[in-house]
Design a protein around this ligand. Structure first.
Ligand code: SER
Length: 322
């Protein structure tokens, strides 16, 4: 049998997660072994490297790119998030579920070694126990995004069992990073708040002060992803999506932490339709399965994340102003 070197395709490379994960994968596997792709052209300020324009809803183009670059692993990050999904329910379903099915089918056809696909805390719903939410529990999502992620988890497990596809997934909490802004999520406020603080302007939050949600700093999320994908296959016992926890935080917690670095930071609260989405999600997550199976351990505290976010955002702002 031919043994191929790891060659990775990242789909959705321009997004919040893709912008950072592509760089992390290039560091780990070598720049030439990671092909970035997105439905949009490469970002002007993005890093240099192989890039293909790709709509994941076009399976023949996907197949052609997999062949052309002799891809062995796919990271499928293209998705419509919770708040935007509520504005475009059918489009969200199409992208989030059919996009995944195209990749899983391609994994079978092209005998891909591994597939990564992110799930989310959005698979949970109002009847899910919302403190220390267990790995296996009630899943009654109320958003199209959550419904699509839950269906996707079932498809992943199905393709693993029926076709032997080595597909791996994490149920990400809200992800907080400085390189790219998220688009259309309910946890996006936790990124926006740092941008406002770094600019020295007040922040109006679309959730109430004490709406607690699970959150994770991007460096932890990147490491979790690489650790899960690097684990021996027999250690990956959950083939739907692993619970993953960092810190459980409310807008008030962020504001208090920011004030340690920006003492006059001001925040006001004006909840909108996203409040209802947030209220249906867990407040904290039990990620014991990830810890036991492949050794997951978050590293960053809230204040460490705040310091990292503010330092990097201020640095970015200074660069733009030069
Ligand atoms: N960050 C996502 C959202 O808010 C949840 O996975 O939609």
């Amino acid at each position: 049998m031919e043994i191929r070197a790891d060659k990775i395709l990242v789909i959705g490379a321009n997004g919040q997660l893709g912008s950072e994960l592509t760089g992390a994968l290039r560091q780990a596997y070598g720049t030439d072994n990671v092909v970035a792709s997105d439905v949009h052209p490469p970002k002007e300020n993005g890093e240099a490297g192989l890039f293909e324009q790709l709509d994941v809803l076009n399976p023949s183009r996907l197949g052609a790119i997999l062949d052309q670059h002799r891809i062995t692993q796919v990271y499928l990050l293209a998705a419509m998030l919770s708040a935007t999904g509520e504005q475009h329910p059918k489009r969200a379903w199409d992208l989030n579920v059919n996009g995944l099915l195209h990749v899983l089918d391609a994994a079978v056809e092209k005998k891909l070694a591994k597939v990564y696909w992110p799930s989310s805390i959005a698979v949970f719903g109002p009847r899910t126990p919302d403190h220390a939410t267990p790995q296996h529990t009630v899943t009654d999502p109320g958003t199209v995004y959550g419904i699509s992620k839950l269906a996707g988890e079932r498809w992943c497990e199905y393709y693993f069992r029926k076709h032997g596809v080595d597909v791996r997934s994490l149920r990400y909490p809200g992800l907080i990073g400085y390189q790219a802004r998220p688009g259309g999520g309910t946890t996006d406020y936790a990124v926006d708040i740092y941008h406002k603080a770094a600019e020295g302007v007040p922040f109006e939050c679309f959730l109430t002060a004490d709406t607690c949600l699970p959150m994770l700093y991007m460096p932890d999320a990147l490491r979790a992803t690489l650790e899960l994908m690097g684990a021996d296959a027999d250690r990956v016992k959950v083939r739907s999506g692993y619970n993953l926890a960092g810190n459980s935080l409310a807008p008030r917690d962020f504001a208090q932490s920011i004030r340690k670095f920006v003492p006059d930071f001001r925040i006001t609260y004006r909840p909108d339709f996203r409040q209802q989405i947030a209220d249906s999600w867990p407040k904290s997550i039990d990620d014991a399965a990830a810890r036991q199976d492949w050794g997951w351990q978050p590293a960053f505290s809230l204040d460490q994340m705040t310091e990292g976010m503010l330092t990097n955002l201020k640095r970015q702002k200074e660069k733009v102003e030069i």
